[in-house]
Design a binder for this molecule. Structure first.
Ligand code: SF4
Length: 249
């Protein structure tokens, strides 16, 4: 970071000069970017990153990804429409990259989905190397989990989630692309850290929302998931909703 006071905060930007509504021959008005813009704070990093695309392999991957992105939209008279769900995007992108052998790192809790995905991918001509999070059958106490910290209780055997095994199996399985399906938070981090092949994500684990973490985020300004925001505005919202409910009953 350039300084403790100023650091990139694209998430709070209102200018969006990096994606301006201008003609193809015009230049983005970068001088009106906010002071916290990474393009202002780190021009050398931006230029170094941009030169990485000069590598043929990187350029080609980025080009195919952008074509895939393009094909997910359709301009119609009624406006822009989206076309395909993520799972279909995955199939299309893997085909564009001429991948044949895909790796699937999945959570045991999503083994049904892993089988469904395997069936779909195999039906499209891919080979699927799959490895479950419990592979290795190592007990949780190996990493310092106490019996009372086991999900199934202190008496039962409990295998640890083992993202390192998943990563190494897929590394040695010579897969073209590893797909993550429902790995837990933290275990997914380790998987990404140890995986040496390109990785993409089909779904992350969210036990409460059918693996759709944004569902809770979308409700963060409602009484239902207002607890996500650690300030009084939320409690106020919840109190208000309770008051309204009380006055109705
Ligand atoms: S890159 Fe700059 S202009 Fe673009 S969103 Fe971030 S802060 Fe805003």
């Amino acid at each position: 970071m350039k300084s403790d006071a100023l650091y990139p905060m694209c998430a709070k930007c209102k200018n969006l000069v990096c994606s301006p509504a201008i003609g193809i021959t015009e230049d983005p008005p970068l001088s009106s970017a906010p002071a916290f813009c990474p393009m202002k704070l780190f021009p050398e990093i931006i230029s170094r990153a941009a030169s990485e695309y000069d590598k043929e392999e990187v350029n080609e991957f980025a080009r195919l990804a952008s074509i895939q992105e393009f094909e997910c939209y359709e301009r119609t008279e009624a406006g822009m429409r989206t076309t395909v769900p993520r799972v279909e995007e995955l199939i299309q992108f893997a085909a564009k990259c001429a991948y044949r052998r895909l790796g699937l790192a999945f959570c045991l809790g999503l083994r049904r989905e892993a089988r469904m995905l395997t069936d779909v991918l195999e039906s499209r001509g891919f080979e699927v190397v799959s490895v479950c999070c419990k592979s290795g059958a190592e007990p949780k106490h190996k990493i310092g989990i106490r019996p009372e910290q086991q999900i199934g209780g202190p008496e039962a055997w409990e295998s640890m989630c083992n993202p390192l095994v998943q990563a190494e199996v897929l590394n040695s399985g010579k897969v073209d692309l590893a797909i993550m399906l429902g790995l837990c938070i933290g275990h997914d981090t380790l998987f990404i850290k140890y995986c040496r092949v390109p990785v993409t994500v089909l779904a992350v684990k969210d036990r409460v929302t059918g693996h759709n973490p944004l569902a809770a985020l979308y409700l963060a300004h409602s009484p239902y998931y207002g607890r996500l925001l650690a300030d009084n505005k939320v409690s106020n919202l919840q109190d208000k909703a309770r008051d309204e409910e009380g006055s109705r009953s």
